[in-house]
Design a protein around this ligand. Structure first.
Ligand code: PLP
Length: 396
């Protein structure tokens, strides 16, 4: 009656979602102010005012039949032209609007891209730590996820491990910088080296290995850190962009796929993306949202609240004795668990009402992810609990 694979997926929600649901129950039991929920990457800053103003103006001024009607399947051409113009200007690479496909966020962008480029049994490399849903998306495309651990502690790319993992079946590498869950931003040296390795391996195996650049956190960086734009370094790149985090619009489901114009056979890759979008039912992304992001693309988010949270949490926890990766981007802190079993550590943390996510599903053992897209007040009030937890592990 049902697909066993889908039944299993549906019955087992992600660990992050499980903790998030647990937090909801706990809030009703002991009061919201006593629960320190650091589980979900739901932006805590509101969308910039211009987003709401634009929506209101669009609703007031546009013929509703047009506004709420289907756009063309890959998205409104005017919106794609605006995005292409901004990307071209910002990164100095001539982007083609005819190679942009509007989607319902990064999740849809990834699902479509993988389905478009993978054949059964192809392998897709996931650089750990990685967003857990990648494994689901890769399998959905009929491909096989291959996990390549990053360098422990710094969580950038282990190039030795990467080179060993690549073979004649490798179709793509997913790169997520700034990274969920580590907050690490890969610098230009790293991206150049990655491009060199993939160029060499593509030549060795006689077929191009794609980079799928998953970029929902591109705009969330601190201290002026640069996030290299991968199409400028590697031709065979697909960018999966989303406005979920940059404009605080995760519930609105809007983003796009950009096929690098420098890619050999870009037209066919784009046609395959249109085919995958069609086959998965991801056509005509929400019209009102397309027009809204078309008008608001390029609006810089005010990151001061996340930055204050980042500084407070990182400095407080490391002062207490925790080991953490200093995040340059996104809104996550990756902290070493105080025992080797991260899930057991998270269970102990629950005693203090600290709800953290164990790292195992991110492809790394022994760490926890703390999503600091919460109020500064929550972080402040949680610090005694973090201290008590640390002391429980370090008694005498
Ligand atoms: N990729 C990463 C790394 C994420 O962290 C998320 C969401 O948290 C997504 C993709 C999915 O983003 P979207 O809400 O745009 O589908």
């Amino acid at each position: 009656m049902v697909s066993k694979e889908m039944l299993a997926l549906g019955k087992k929600s992600s660990v992050i979602r499980e903790i998030f649901e647990y937090a909801k129950v706990r809030r009703t039991q002991i009061g919201a102010e006593n629960v320190f929920d650091f589980s979900l990457g739901n932006p805590s800053i509101p969308a910039p005012a211009v987003v709401g103003e634009t929506m209101q103006k669009l609703i007031a001024d546009t013929d509703p039949v047009l506004l709420h009607g289907y756009t063309s399947a890959p998205g409104d051409m005017g919106v794609r032209q605006t995005i292409a113009g901004h990307v071209s200007e910002r990164f100095g690479i001539e982007v083609n609007p005819a190679l942009i496909y509007m989607t319902c966020g990064a999740a849809a962008s990834l699902t479509i891209s993988l389905r478009a480029i993978c054949c059964p049994e192809d392998e897709v490399i996931l650089l750990a730590p990685f967003f857990p849903e990648y494994q689901v998306f890769v399998r959905n495309a009929g491909a096989v996820p291959v996990i390549v651990p990053g360098r422990m502690g710094t969580f950038d790319i282990d190039f030795g491990a990467l080179a060993e993992a690549i073979n004649e079946k490798t179709r793509a590498v997913i790169v997520n910088s700034p990274n969920n869950p580590s907050g690490v931003v890969l610098d230009e040296i790293c991206i150049r080296r990655l491009a060199d390795v993939l160029t060499e391996k593509s030549a060795q195996y006689g077929r191009p290995i794609a980079i799928i650049a998953d970029e929902p956190y591109r705009e969330l960086v601190y201290g002026g850190v640069d996030v290299p734009y991968i199409p400028c370094y590697y031709d065979h790149t697909l960018v999966c962009y989303s406005y979920s985090k940059s404009l605080s619009l995760p519930g609105e489901r809007i983003g796009y796929i950009l096929v690098s114009p420098r890619m050999e056979g870009a037209g066919d890759v784009y046609a395959a993306i249109c085919g995958a979008g069609r086959s998965l039912g991801f056509v005509c992304a929400p019209s009102l949202l397309q027009l809204t992001v078309g008008a608001c693309d390029g609006t810089a988010p005010d990151l001061s609240a996340y930055d204050a949270n980042r500084t407070l949490l990182y400095s407080s926890l490391t002062e207490m004795g925790y080991e953490a990766v200093r995040p340059d981007g996104a809104f996550y802190l990756f902290v070493r668990a105080l025992e080797s079993d991260a899930a057991a550590f998270c269970e102990r943390a629950k005693k203090y009402e600290l709800l953290l996510v164990p790292s195992d599903d991110f492809g790394v053992p022994g760490y926890v992810r703390i999503a600091y897209c919460v109020s500064n007040d929550q972080i402040r009030r949680s610090l005694p609990a973090f201290r008590a937890l640390y002391e429980e592990y370090n008694k005498g």
